[in-house]
Design a protein around this ligand. Structure first.
Ligand SMILES: [Zn+2]
Ligand SMILES: [Zn+2]
Length: 574
């Protein structure tokens, strides 16, 4: 069992225990263990075998025992017995916004509700509103929460989908007769969430036989033919995958067809028709004869187009721009010079400043913009003034001993309810740069929230507006805020806007990136890393930037450290 699956089961155990009314320390131990396992830098089995996991902060004897059991056989006897005691439906209810453990237990004990369907019924027929401490407003909120859960639960976050796709691609590539297997669809386009997975296969003749071979792939529990050479796989985790197959000489078409959004494929088909070709699921043909296109460059060339990066294949202007030869040179991970937005043990991160710095240097970055939480984020160990002084002394010592690589003194300051930053100007002056983020009072109305964020940008210390809508993908809608006004103000005040690269956030949304760039706003890609593993978030942030048509020059942290610092300083000078 891999660490991500083990972490999910540890979280599930914590939820069951909470519902059962277990000791809160016990519950927290499992929740902490889940986070620790998830952020392990290496392999779970290795960490168990070497004793590294046993020595890790956040793992105790009881949780270690469960992890061992999970790693050995994929099961936990503790979880099995909890499942017998607590109905599954109650655990599902914990995902509904506005429903905590206390309310769920009250519903179960007083109304005998054990499933989400029963909950919905009670919220509609007034039984729920009649309970003490519930009321009409709570019933309405719960109905909205159920609707949200339904709308989003079939999707997966990009990092989960990508991980599943990588695993399945390997299994497909290993099938006899398969010359090439590639990930396609929304995962290849680096969409923020994905429903099912898509793959393109190059294989020899005998596609009928392919169906049998696909049925033998691990985790596949059903195969259905959905076209001449397309199959839908049902997987044992309740997800599905579509597989498109073609002979090697037509693989370019197959991969492009399996990758593009419907709107993009429509534009390609129109382009083909205009030049006497025919493009459909079956292939690219001229007068009934297949046009050879063994790879994507050949496929696009046959249409008179430059090869379009997968991230742009959404049906916007990409086909016209490819025809005109004016596609952008999209930013790449290697263009980034600095890693921004990173939490250390000083606030709620798992690693020391030295560990984070070393990992960034090893990954090829020239600087690390460290940004622990500020004092208002007390729940996340926000820094008091004395901690700031200690951290800065540590950073100075680290920088003195390094050749070229630098740690920058940043902070993720809270934007308070009225739009002020939570540190005073004298303390803010001591930082090299400041990210300002909204972490509280997200229920404010649109006008209040907009005024709050606009006011924060008047503070000359603010370098970057962090995760500008507060959304959690598949978890929490963005708070209401007038992004047009925020972007206009950011341009006027020369504040950068963050693409927060945490796969749960990916906020700024890719659909807004060009608008911000065209308004003259610099975009900062921030890892929002809370561990060494979180440093790898940067790749997801680059994916968003690429979907948003951004080039290296549009992104703040492609600058060298000195230029980056000069930008931050320039805002403070009157
Ligand atoms: Zn934040
Ligand atoms: Zn953060």
């Amino acid at each position: 069992m891999d660490k991500h699956a083990a972490a999910r089961l540890l979280e599930t155990i914590a939820s069951y225990q909470e519902l059962k009314g277990e000791n809160p320390f016990k519950v927290r131990a499992f929740a902490n263990a889940a986070r620790t396992v998830e952020s392990l830098p290496g392999d779970l089995e290795d960490a168990l075998a070497s004793g590294e996991l046993a020595a890790t902060k956040g793992i105790g004897p009881a949780t270690l025992e469960v992890v061992r059991e999970l790693a050995a056989g994929g099961r936990s006897s503790l979880l099995d017995s909890l499942r017998r005691e607590v109905p599954d439906g109650l655990v599902e209810m914990m995902k509904i916004a506005g429903l905590g453990v206390t309310k769920i237990r009250a519903l179960h004990e007083q109304l005998r509700i054990s499933t989400v369907a029963e909950l919905e019924l009670a919220a509609r027929n007034g039984r729920l509103a009649a309970l003490p401490r519930f009321g009409e407003k709570t019933a309405e909120r719960i109905l909205r929460g159920i609707e949200f859960l339904r709308r989003t639960s079939a999707f997966r976050l990009s990092h989960d989908a990508a991980r599943a796709a990588v695993r399945l691609r390997e299994a497909l590539a290993a099938l006899p007769g398969v010359a090439r297997a590639e990930i396609a669809g929304s995962v290849r386009r680096r969409a923020e969430v994905s429903r099912d997975l898509d793959f393109a296969l190059a294989c020899g003749p005998g596609v009928g036989d392919l169906q049998t071979r696909l049925a033998g792939v691990a985790n596949v529990i059903g195969v259905e033919a959905v076209g001449d050479a397309a199959f839908r796989l049902r997987l044992d985790d309740d997800t599905s995958a579509d597989v498109y197959a073609a002979p090697p000489e037509r693989f370019g078409h197959c991969l492009a067809w399996a990758t593009g959004s419907a709107a993009h494929l429509e534009k390609l088909a129109a382009r083909a028709a205009a030049s006497g070709l025919r493009l459909d699921a079956g292939g690219l043909t001229r007068a009934g004869t297949a046009v050879p296109c063994p790879d994507e460059p050949a496929f696009f060339a046959a249409l008179g187009l430059a090869c379009i990066p997968p991230e742009l294949r959404e049906g916007g202007e990409e086909v016209d721009r490819a025809a005109a030869g004016t596609l952008p040179r999209l930013i790449e991970l290697g263009d980034l010079r600095g890693l921004l937005h990173c939490h250390s043990v000083y606030s709620d991160g798992a690693n020391t400043v030295a560990e984070l710095a070393e990992a960034c240097r090893a990954a090829g970055y020239g600087y690390l913009g460290l940004t622990d939480h500020s004092i208002a984020a007390a729940y996340a160990g926000g820094l008091r003034e004395d901690a700031v002084a200690r951290q800065h002394a540590e950073i100075d010592a680290l920088n003195a001993g390094r050749d070229g690589f630098r740690v920058l003194k940043g902070i993720e300051a809270d934007i308070l309810a009225d739009g002020a930053l939570d540190y005073g100007p004298d303390l803010l002056d001591r930082f090299d740069f400041v990210i300002g983020s909204v972490h509280s009072r997200m229920e404010q109305d649109r006008a209040t929230m907009t005024a709050r964020v606009l006011r924060a940008m008047d503070d000359p210390h603010l370098t970057i507006l962090g995760h500008p809508t507060g959304r959690l993908l598949l978890g929490r809608d963005p708070y209401p805020v007038d992004l047009d006004a925020v972007i206009a103000k950011a341009a006027g005040r020369k504040v950068a806007i963050e693409i927060n690269a945490d796969p749960q956030r990916l906020d700024l949304d890719w659909r807004r990136c060009r608008q911000a760039r065209d308004a003259g706003v610099a975009i900062a890609i921030g890892a929002d890393a809370h561990s060494l593993a979180g440093l790898e978030n940067m790749a997801f942030g680059v994916g968003v930037a690429r979907r948003g048509w951004l080039e290296a020059g549009d992104v703040l942290n492609t600058l060298q450290a000195e230029e980056f610092l000069a930008r931050a300083r320039a805002r403070r000078e009157p």
